[in-house]
Design a protein around this ligand. Structure first.
Ligand SMILES: Nc1ncnc2c1ncn2[C@@H]1O[C@H](COP(=O)(O)OP(=O)(O)OP(=O)(O)O)[C@@H](O)[C@H]1O
Length: 296
């Protein structure tokens, strides 16, 4: 990161998804390089940086690439080309219930999520009661998560992410958690984090009013590229304009494999990884048995 005030920096980032004809092909691609696939360039040579304490809104029509960028910043996904630098602890209000264990109680899940973000047990202990109080799920906090309603799970997810005192808060349309009273509490909390702790905010929303409420800067994406980056008012009007315009570019342009083959290895899912490990184990055990027979 060249500027030391930057906490997020995207440097010529491109994300290409591989589109396989079916799951069988996707699985085979793990082992066989020649399996055919098409490509979707979801993010195309995007560069921008965000300074500590800045609040930035990310706009774009459906499929413009907003979630893909957020996923790469939170480390859930990786760029195909280019680099992403992130400095500090990230609180992500994306899939609020991701990473929860349904058999663990709410309280145990607080520790699970906290540890996943790299916090020590002592640090989690310090914010535990704040989280319990913010989530407002009463005595259910000590019950297994599988007994929670989806709203309760989302509230706990929200509470954890805002109470762990993140340096960077990433919000993707997550301000509609719970009832109106809870929503107001969430908005107030985020404002307090920005004002009192200098938290950096990256907000994805289709509500331009919400964006104006929090952000001074807006980035408008179009077909995976940055269309505008600057003042929030101008960004909002650019975004509104882009909504009126009939999209002429093909948002889901897919290039043929021969045109544009990705050089780095196929990303494996957990399931594929387990099957691969099992196959290797069977192979090693089989070889061991054959060798021991040969020695006899
Ligand atoms: N895992 C994936 N595999 C293949 N294509 C994908 C994948 N995830 C996203 N895409 C494609 O990448 C493009 C960008 O998707 P993304 O979810 O980032 O858009 P978005 O701006 O967040 O849209 P929305 O406002 O609808 O949430 C879309 O065309 C989408 O179909």
């Amino acid at each position: 990161m060249t500027d030391k005030n930057n906490v997020i920096a995207l440097d010529h980032v491109t994300k290409i998804y591989k589109l396989f004809k079916n799951d069988k092909k996707r699985f085979l691609a793990t082992f066989i390089k020649s399996v055919t696939y098409r490509e979707k360039r979801a993010i195309n040579d995007v560069s921008f940086s965000v300074k500590k304490g800045e609040s930035v809104a990310l706009f774009g029509r459906n499929g413009a690439g907003k979630s893909t960028i957020l996923k790469m910043i939170t480390g859930v996904s990786f760029p195909t080309h280019g680099k992403i630098h992130v400095k500090g602890r990230v609180g992500a209000l994306l899939e609020l219930t991701a990473g929860f264990d349904p058999e663990f109680s709410g309280r145990e899940n607080i520790y699970l999520k906290g540890q996943l973000t790299g916090m020590t047990n002592k640090e989690i202990e310090e914010v535990e009661e704040d989280i319990v109080e913010f989530a407002e799920i009463g005595e259910y906090i000590d019950q297994p998560l599988r007994t929670y309603s989806s709203g309760m799970k989302a509230r706990l997810g929200f509470a954890i992410n805002v109470c762990i005192r993140p340096d960077i808060l990433i919000v993707d349309e997550a301000l509609s958690v719970g009832d109106l009273k809870f929503q107001k509490k969430c908005v107030d909390r985020i404002k307090k984090m920005i004002k009192d702790y200098g938290t950096t905010l990256l907000l994805v929303t289709h509500s331009t009013a919400t964006a104006k409420q929090f952000c001074d800067r807006g980035i408008v994406l179009r077909s995976g590229r940055v269309l505008y980056d600057g003042n929030i008012k101008k960004a909002v009007s650019m975004y509104n304009e882009s909504l009126k315009r009939k999209e002429t570019t093909d948002l889901t342009r897919v290039t043929s494999e021969s045109e544009n083959r990705i050089k780095h290895p196929v990303e494996m899912s957990h399931k594929q990884m387990i099957i691969l490990i099992l196959l290797l184990t069977v192979l090693v055990v089989g070889l061991g048995i054959v060798l021991s027979f040969m020695r006899m």
